[in-house]
Design a protein around this ligand. Structure first.
Ligand code: ADP
Ligand code: MG
Ligand code: MG
Length: 888
């Protein structure tokens, strides 16, 4: 039966399928899919996300007809299981599980063992012949129900459990007898009544609807809301609810539960990676209560507990087969949950596994080689933003380091920072721009905001599949988990290592997420490189993209770094940075302070050879690739000292009176320097400044062509043009100077003169401006400021509120505002091309390395984006994604 709100699955048949994830949520869609391809999945049904939407739209009530559909679906599960819900002799128990269209691990709620009451528990005892198991399941159910459905503080019942154990003189839950647990159930219920003022519901149907309501309700719990915000998941998607027959991993020594990845999620290595626990249920593996055991021998280390491969060989072999079936079917690495009930294996979940960037690349490249996916698929498998992880420094292998503890290498990368012991503190310190390492015994979903604020995460408990490990990998954060070498004392705000070191809050440590090492102090890091699988993937990337990628670089060193990352030219070389170097600033100041042309020219003559050598060195590194050089842009006051001591020193150095220097500084003061006398406006007043720069550029180019014999086409860029007349005048000047240099050297050097489009007026009049420009480069930083009327330097105070409150979805200085600023880019591009068909067009703002902005630039039709050296690979990959998505 195909219901409107409810989809059933079980015994090889399913109403739904994997493609329905928007409707059924990821979990529900994949349970249906696994059922259809013949995998052993306990039967159940899914209440769709439509129900969730209706639930919130109608003041938390359900759409009509839902109850009847649920009743029918439940009857089908009873039939498939040959059990009765609430039946005393042969009771059906179910789990009620959340499952959104996008995976949100651990963020929402699940209730297990539902259907237990004082009657059905006797049936479970009779069937399992195991009263201990029955009462253990019962007490777990009451705990979960009280907490998840009724919002009762989990500590309350947990403390009763602790008390029961200490009065028996035991430490482990498993050491409590059936009688102890039976008593505990009674105590739990009494406590439930006194705390909540009502009885624990004995009616399984009341339990079921309570749990369904709670799971839909958990869509709006604070940690789910935060998680969605961090991962840009729309809040109107809603979650589905899955009701599924329970299977028991806690019924004895031939039972187990586990989680696994079909490949290693940290490195991408092609082996079956997972953890399991004998005689355990549900979350026990991820909760870090008991140390989980590895599923196979492949990575077995001394001291590890026995592997499932050895303990439950038949189930292991079956699981290994399922691993292959799943990978062949989904053609991607899967993250699975399984349970073994008295020797019989059940699949409880599969989803695309989260992985580090390193693993994403290795898996994509390997799967191409295995013939599972195409090169195009491989390129699309890796998220551009994720590459950021690989473009960060790792620990310098030469550096000395004092390793004080070792844990599991849960998420690679290296991080240093001051130790903090809770999420709030991490956030607080982060706000103060301090780098911190969050240290916890184990993390829970409540900690995600702190994990997000930290450089790295260290936990004392929990395996590679623990909450901390999974979330850190998703965030691309370095994480060392399960570090049993450390003892954490939250009260004293310190940790003590087995090696005897005491680390207090605020002390610096370094984590190496690739080895699991915890190191004293701050360790130097080395720069990353593109090699191995990363290089292979990038070679495919370059086959598919149309957009060129250049870099913003002002020095030969940065230019070389960018070339190594695959930059195809320089899109923005800022000349003002060169003005600050060494003794140049002195000459620059002389030039500014001179009150006549002759004085300025003689100062400029001193700067000329220095600028020329800068350009020469950059041209050499770029070996014939295009280089766009922006002529002087900032207001002059930025080059003068602002305090009186420095002014008097300067006065002394240039032989002027202090009062004269001071007067100059005051005269240059502007109310809004960003909108003041800067960019081409300076050159309209003092054309000799740009003349000197053009001369330096062209002399460098001529010398190279003459002496080294390689081609170079300098692109001379005039900033902050608002009106075509500015450009007309300055272009004529530049041509005069450039041609004069070529004549003097007796060589032919091609050069282009163009402009930055960074003011709305320039974009709107681009047709006129293009008649004077051979290229455009959109300076989207300034264009964002001037379009929004928002100063980048001041926006920091309030822009975060805008994003926080959802006024703006993203900071427009980070991701290009496509609707507004982007519209000006589009207009500028189209109008520019309308009067000059071969106009070269690129962008050189920070946006040039931000994936969504790169895709936008591709779609508009720009020739290139330019970004900082370390983001070049990200931009290349984003450009390939744009091109591949375009072709679909
Ligand atoms: P999450 O999305 O937080 O992983 P799940 O819905 O997957 O939540 O459930 C939590 C735990 O309970 C998992 O370990 C899962 O395998 C286990 N579980 C859920 N349903 C069942 C079931 N029907 N039988 C046995 N274990 C279950
Ligand atoms: Mg959970
Ligand atoms: Mg799960």
């Amino acid at each position: 039966m195909m219901g409107q709100y409810v989809y059933s699955f079980g015994n090889g048949q399913a109403d739904g399928e994997g493609s329905l994830r928007v409707l059924l949520g990821g979990k529900g869609a994949n349970l249906a899919e696994m059922t259809s391809i013949g995998l052993p999945v306990p039967p159940g049904f899914t209440l769709t996300t439509e129900v969730c939407k209706a639930f919130y739209e109608n003041n938390r009530s359900y759409p009509e007809g839902l109850r009847a559909e649920v009743a029918a679906a439940l009857a089908l599960v009873e039939k498939r299981m040959n059990k009765g819900f609430g039946d005393q002799q042969n009771p059906l128990l179910v789990s009620v599980r959340s499952g959104a269209p996008a995976s949100m691990p651990g963020m929402m709620d699940t209730v297990l063992n539902l259907g237990l009451n004082d009657h059905t528990v006797t049936g479970i005892i009779a069937q399992s012949n195991d009263p201990r198991f029955a009462y253990d399941s019962y007490r777990r159910f009451i705990q979960m129900y009280a907490n998840v459905v009724k919002g009762m503080d989990g500590e309350i019942l947990e403390s009763l459990l602790e008390r029961a154990k200490s009065s028996k003189g035991v430490t482990l839950d498993t050491e409590l007898s059936a009688a102890d647990l039976k008593q505990l159930v009674a105590d739990f219920k009494a406590c439930y009544r006194t705390t909540l003022g009502e009885d624990f519901p004995e009616d399984p149907h009341e339990q079921l609807w309570g749990a369904i309501g709670a799971v839909f309700g958990s869509w709006m719990n604070p940690r789910a809301v935060t998680y969605r915000k961090l991962h840009s998941i729309p809040s109107d998607w809603g979650t589905a609810v899955n009701v599924q027959a329970m299977v028991f991993g806690n019924m004895g020594e031939d039972c187990a539960t586990g989680v696994a990845f079909t490949r290693d999620p940290a490195t991408g290595e092609n082996y079956f990676y997972g953890e399991y626990l004998v005689n355990a249920q549900g979350e026990d593996v991820v909760a870090g209560i008991r140390t989980p055991q590895p599923i196979n021998r492949a990575k077995h280390k001394e001291g590890d507990l026995p592997a499932m491969e050895d303990v439950l060989p038949d189930s292991y072999q079956q699981l290994a087969k399922i691993r292959t079936i799943l990978e062949r079917h989904y053609k991607d690495m899967q993250d699975i949950e399984f349970t073994i009930e008295t020797g019989k294996l059940y699949m409880l979940q599969t989803r695309t596994g989260k992985r580090t960037a390193q693993a994403a690349i290795k898996i994509a490249v390997d799967m191409v080689q295995e013939g599972l996916i195409s090169e195009k698929d491989a390129v699309l498998r890796v998220e551009p933003a994720q590459l950021d992880q690989l473009l960060h420094p790792s620990l310098d292998p030469q550096a000395e380091k004092e390793v004080i503890a070792k844990g599991l290498p849960a998420s690679p990368g290296a991080a240093s920072g001051q130790v903090v012991f809770n999420a709030e503190e991490a956030e607080e310190q982060n706000r103060l721009k301090k780098k911190v390492i969050l240290v916890r015994i184990e993390t829970s979903p409540e900690d995600i905001h702190g994990m997000n604020a930290a450089q790295g995460i260290l936990t004392a408990r929990g395996g590679m599949t623990s909450h901390a490990a999974v979330v850190a990998r998703g965030m691309g954060k370095c994480c060392v988990s399960g570090c049993s070498d450390i003892k954490i004392d939250y009260e004293k705000q310190q940790l003590v290592t087995r090696s005897g070191h005491t680390i207090k809050k605020g002390d610096a440590i370094t984590l190496d997420g690739s080895t699991g090492e915890v190191i004293l102090g701050t360790v130097p890091k080395v720069q990353p490189a593109v090699s191995g699988d990363f290089a292979t993937l990038m070679s495919w990337v370059d086959k598919f993209r149309r957009l060129k990628v250049r870099t913003n670089a002002d020095t030969p060193h940065d230019s070389q770094t960018a070339r190594d990352f695959g930059a195809e030219g320089i899109g923005l070389c800022r000349t003002e940075h060169m003005f600050f170097e060494g003794d140049r600033i002195q000459a620059v100041r002389e030039m500014i302070l001179a009150d006549n042309l002759a004085g300025r020219k003689s100062a400029l003559d001193k700067i000329l050879p220095m600028q020329k050598s800068d350009f020469l060195n950059i041209f050499k590194v770029m070996k014939g690739l295009p280089v766009t050089i922006r002529l002087l842009d900032p207001p002059l006051h930025e080059f003068l000292p602002q305090n009186e001591d420095d002014m008097s020193e300067l006065a002394h150095a240039v032989g002027m009176k202090f009062s004269e220097v001071k007067a100059h500084v005051e005269q240059l003061h502007e109310f809004n320097p960003m909108l003041g006398h800067r960019g081409c406006r300076l050159a309209i007043t003092y054309p000799e400044v740009y003349d000197m720069q053009v001369q330096a550029i062209m002399e460098a180019a001529c010398e190279l062509v003459k002496n080294e014999g390689f081609e170079i086409v300098p692109e001379i860029m005039i900033p902050l043009v608002a009106h075509v007349n500015e450009l007309r005048i300055l272009r004529a000047n530049a041509i005069r100077v450039a041609d004069e240099v070529c004549r003097r050297y007796g060589v032919e050097v091609n050069y282009l003169i163009g402009t930055m489009i960074e003011l709305p007026r320039a974009a709107l009049t681009a047709d006129a401006i293009a008649q004077e420009a051979e290229f455009f480069s959109f300076g989207t930083n300034d264009l964002t400021q001037t379009t929004y009327g928002l100063s980048r330097d001041d926006a920091g105070h309030f822009l975060p509120d805008y994003v926080e409150r959802g006024v703006l979805k993203r900071d427009p200085f980070v991701a290009l505002d496509q609707r507004g600023v982007g519209e000006l880019v589009r207009i500028g591009f189209e109008r520019g091309r309308s009067t000059r068909a071969d106009l070269k067009v690129g962008i050189c703002g920070e946006h040039g390395g931000e994936p969504s902005s790169v895709v936008f630039c591709h779609n508009v039709g720009l020739d290139y984006v330019s970004c900082s050296p370390y983001r070049v690979p990200i931009a290349r990959l984003a450009a390939a994604h744009a091109a591949l998505q375009d072709n679909r």
